[in-house]
Design a protein around this ligand. Structure first.
Ligand code: PLP
Length: 358
């Protein structure tokens, strides 16, 4: 049976990423050694790192004056690295969910944190708008895609202070105007690679402006100067990231990803809106995520939630259970998920409807 991987992360990667990484784990670049066994300073691996960084910059059209680095620690370490490096006194955060809260908690260790708006009261089912950002904030932090709640900021904001974005779950899903951001970061384990590598895009001129001493490993400048090799990088995830970046390029780049993601999301949201058994959890259409599509059963059919989960799982839908804080279902439709998988889920929903709706 074909299994359709709707997991929220770690999640589906292109077949070529999985196959070529598996092959390199056996025999890396003709060395007859495993990728796991070679020096990160070997010419073969340095070439991988160089191409990965170059392709990362090319695909997102990153302007001059920005550095791209690969580091460890996951996006969660960025929650403290951002304020450590960029926050002198005050920062502003948009509270759109669990990850934004975790980021804010760390920033509070470094100074004053202003929560400019929050959608907490309604379990984060919309993206707040119409707030003011204090002009003296050192930066404004957003989570562009809220993996748990299925909301997404799908445009690049114009704001009055440096803009920092956690793009863990929507990087490479659409073109981004990087010039509007001071810093973008994310864990790789959604649209890029297996867990273990974290990407950071940072505007160079914003670094070196805080007075505090920064531990070496938590200082962005260390990793910029060390070309992401200050310490031993996670070689397997970096290799896999390169394979995914090559795949994105072959597909036509981030504009092609966006088109496909919009098409896939439209197919599933249309079914959620049409089918009387289901309803979306996000209230405004414009806030609906193209990456994590959250839905529940309507009140009339609520008691069939477990049955639908089991029905869909038996038909090969993997990882569709909603996050425990939202319940219901979450279909993650990252770049590598084919349209046919979305169609298979829609077919399940239709079949379930014919079984239960008179
Ligand atoms: N930010 C977002 C938007 C996420 O979805 C996640 C993980 O799912 C994280 C941060 C945390 O990432 P990590 O596990 O790499 O620390």
């Amino acid at each position: 049976m074909k299994v359709h991987n709707f997991s929220a992360g770690p999640s589906i990667l292109p077949d070529s990423t999985v196959e070529n990484t598996a092959a390199a784990i056996k025999n890396f670049a003709g060395t007859s050694l495993s990728l796991m066994e070679v020096s990160h300073r070997s010419k073969e691996f340095v070439a991988v790192m160089d191409e990965a960084i170059a392709l990362f910059k090319e695909l997102l059209d990153i302007p001059a004056g920005y550095s791209v680095i690969f580091v460890g620690g996951g996006a969660s370490t960025q929650f403290c690295m951002v304020p450590y490096n960029l926050m002198a006194k005050k920062s502003a955060y948009l509270n759109t969910g669990t990850w934004a809260n975790k980021a804010m908690k760390e920033a509070k260790l470094f100074g004053e944190v202003v929560e400019v708006a929050s959608s907490k009261d309604t379990l984060y089912n919309y993206i707040p708008k119409g707030y003011e950002i204090p002009a003296d904030a050192d930066y404004f932090h957003i989570t562009t895609n809220n993996t748990i709640y299925g909301t997404e900021i799908k445009h690049d904001m114009d704001v009055n202070v440096p803009l920092v974005a956690d793009m863990s779950s929507d990087i490479f899903s659409r073109p981004v105007d990087v010039s509007k951001y001071a810093l973008i970061y994310g864990g790789a384990q959604k649209n890029l690679a297996p867990a273990g590598v974290t990407f950071v895009i940072v505007k160079d001129e914003l670094l070196g402006k805080v007075d505090r001493a920064i531990p070496t490993m938590l200082n962005y400048q260390t990793h910029i100067d060390g070309e992401s090799m200050f310490n031993t990088p996670p070689v397997v995830p970096v290799f896999a990231a390169l394979e995914t970046l090559r795949w994105i390029k072959e597909q036509g780049g981030v504009a092609a990803m966006q088109k496909m993601n919009e098409e896939k999301a439209a197919v599933l949201y249309n079914e959620i809106d049409r089918n009387p058994m289901f309803k979306g959890t996000v209230i405004n259409e414009e806030d609906r995520s193209l990456m994590n599509i959250c839905f529940v059963m309507t009140d009339e059919y609520k008691e069939l939630e477990k049955e639908f989960y089991e029905f869909a799982t038996a038909k090969g839908m993997s990882g569709i259970k909603g996050h425990r804080s939202v319940g219901g279902f979450r279909a993650s439709t990252y770049n590598a998920l084919p349209k046919s998988s979305v169609q298979a889920l829609v077919d399940c929903m239709k079949e379930f409807e014919t079984m239960h709706v008179k």
